[in-house]
Unconditional design. Sequence first.
Length: 338
Amino acid sequence: MNKVVLVTGANSGIGLALCERLLSQDSQIQLCLACRNMQRAAAARSALLVSHSDAQIALLHLDVGSIRSILKAATEVKQRYNRLDYLYLNAGIMPNPQVDFKALFKGLFSSNVIHMFATAEGLLTQQDNVNADGLQEVFATNLFGHFVLVRELEPLLCQPDRASQLIWTSSSNARRSAFSLEDIQHLKGAEPYSSSKYASDLLSLALNRRYNSQGVFSSVICPGLVMTNLTYGILPSFFWTLIMPVMWLIRVFTNTFTLTPYNGAEALNWLFLQKAESLDPHAKYHSLTSGFGSNYTQPRKMDIDEDMSEALYEQLLQLERKVRKKTEEEEEDPLAHG
Ligand SMILES: NC(=O)C1=CN([C@@H]2O[C@H](COP(=O)(O)OP(=O)(O)OC[C@H]3O[C@@H](n4cnc5c(N)ncnc54)[C@H](OP(=O)(O)O)[C@@H]3O)[C@@H](O)[C@H]2O)C=CC1
Ligand SMILES: CC(C)CCC[C@@H](C)[C@H]1CC[C@H]2C3=C(CC[C@]12C)[C@@]1(C)CCC(=O)[C@@H](C)[C@@H]1CC3
């Protein structure tokens, strides 16, 4: 049976560009586009079929921000496939982003300017919401939903005869100071995105510790700054188009301005080609684009430690038990729960 690859958030941006690149790499894969909006998923499938007419592309309804949807989708995946070689945990949100233009202007004249453009440290805040499961939306979508999905797909991922890979689309915006073990959902702060991405770095390390012996290997990547629906939510697309020459100029100084989804998907595509066992669990794999426009992948050590990742894992397990129990109770007696 051909390799099975599942990509969450596959209908646009980096996820869609990754699918295109994977099909160009290996036309035999069975690709599963896991999306919350089936119309957008169908449009993505049609677009991929234009250049890969014989490709095997299936659609899966999956809202990673909803526990019910995750459990249903995982059951469906286990019925459809008897293997899962690559699970790309890519779907992500950054709701209501606000740019601190004063900090941006100040940063332009500081020695930290390159770091500021690469990580957006001190530049961005977001306003989070509570979802239907009673969880913070950014945490639920970017981290927790994917965690539950991995746990549900364990039987497919853990196979004695071959390795499988979990690949998280993290970010260079992930920052230790934005994350707290006392507040893993980031209820109290204004940087839920940064917190959720740092948590995904920690979780990947913990997953490696738990699953490597069963043939499952987890890695994280940063796609760089890419023009997608996510960045069009920060500043309007016409503004980004207007300042594109400035962006190309900045790219000469920081190769993290990958800008196109194709370039941003570089590290995701590179990991597809690697032997899972050879990857470094402490590294984040960065998609980079040089001033001349050539793409490459570079591993960089992450600012994470084992104890913290283990403590987060334990908290996620506890929360998972709680949310599952609540969901079961609601299903048993829907009237009592409104
Ligand atoms: N763009 C950038 O500069 C960077 C992006 N990233 C990360 O890359 C990943 C992809 O984002 P990007 O391509 O930029 O942005 P897009 O908004 O284009 O893609 C995000 C994808 O995630 C999907 N998604 C969002 N919420 C859910 C959900 N609850 N269930 C299922 N799917 C969902 C979206 O679906 P829908 O179309 O229905 O909204 C969309 O397909 C994210 O994790 C993001 O954090 C990291 C660093 C930089
Ligand atoms: C380049 C300009 C003249 C003005 C743009 C200023 C800011 C809006 C950008 C500067 C660095 C950018 C950045 C991101 C968003 C837009 C900026 C803050 C991200 C946070 C987007 C999502 C990610 O995950 C990060 C990797 C990006 C880091 C850089």
